[in-house]
Design a protein around this ligand. Structure first.
Ligand code: PEP
Ligand code: MN
Length: 258
């Protein structure tokens, strides 16, 4: 299987983009086709959504898997989604999902991470591990170690910021020193920044993204929806594919690896 998170072969920042949630076949297909036109090769989309409060949209669930499979027959892209249980892993594998990520609310729970790790054994699927919601280095490292012990080699880390009580600017405080310190322990792993969940508002996405590149992060995961204001989750922070294209052109990157 092709290695996705290969830091040595990287020539520029790895870009992952897509809607917070897969909502309908049409929303997904239309958003993805615009993103593929912008040159995006890895699409993200939440199918099972862990929400902090009950009553908000919790993802359409497994019915989205055939929609994704169908879209992949029409366009060339890899698809990444969040898994939070062994049944998510099993179902997503059946439908050829290419990349998994572990969300911030799962990384905090060693039982959950262990369950996911067990179900990954024997696969060689690439996995991204988001930082835990709280600023705890050991929990993040512990989740990484559990996934590594399951035999997964193609791994990246995602910095999505940390819960806070009174940060008026960010939805999740970036606390940049934490991903920077983690990188000193695991220099071989890609560190991907998620400016969408850090900022919580689209106006701030480009500033956070540029800061991450200035700090030599290896990639960006940015939420993009064909019609952000009508999105079923995270409406305030998503960009249209066109706005994302402009942002990517504007970003300055010093990163060239040989
Ligand atoms: C998401 O990526 O849409 C998401 C729910 O992320 P996080 O786990 O970072 O909150
Ligand atoms: Mn989201």
């Amino acid at each position: 299987m092709e290695v996705i998170f290969d830091k040595k072969k990287q020539t520029g920042p790895l870009i992952i983009a897509g809607p917070c949630s897969v909502e309908t076949p049409d929303q997904f297909l239309n958003t993805v086709s615009q993103l593929v036109d912008q040159g995006i090769g890895i699409i993200r989309g939440g199918i099972w959504k862990p929400r902090t409060r009950p009553g908000s949209f919790e993802g359409v669930g497994s019915i989205a898997l055939p929609w994704v499979q169908e879209a992949k027959q029409q366009m060339d892209f890899k698809f990444a989604t969040e898994v939070a249980s062994s049944s998510h892993v099993e179902e997503a594998l059946k439908y050829g999902v290419d990349i998994f990520w572990i969300g911030a609310r799962s990384t905090v729970n060693p039982f959950t991470v262990q369950e996911i790790a067990e179900s990954l054994k024997g696969t060689d699927i690439p996995v991204m591990i988001k930082n835990p919601v709280n600023a705890d280095l050991s929990l993040w490292i512990g989740a990484l170690e559990r996934i590594q012990k399951a035999g997964i080699k193609d791994i990246a880390l995602i910095h999505r910021g940390f819960s806070n009580f009174r940060d008026k600017v960010h939805r999740n405080s970036p606390l940049w020193q934490i991903p920077i310190e983690i990188q000193t322990h695991f220099p071989e792993l890609m560190m991907i920044n998620d400016p969408s969940h850090i900022s919580g508002k689209r106006e701030l996405v480009s500033i956070i993204a540029q800061k991450a590149l200035d700090l030599n992060f290896d990639g960006l995961m940015i939420e993009s929806h064909r019609s952000p204001d009508t999105a079923w989750s995270d409406a305030e922070q998503q960009l249209t594919p066109q706005a994302l294209g402009h942002l990517l052109q504007k970003l300055k990157t010093r990163k060239v690896r040989f």
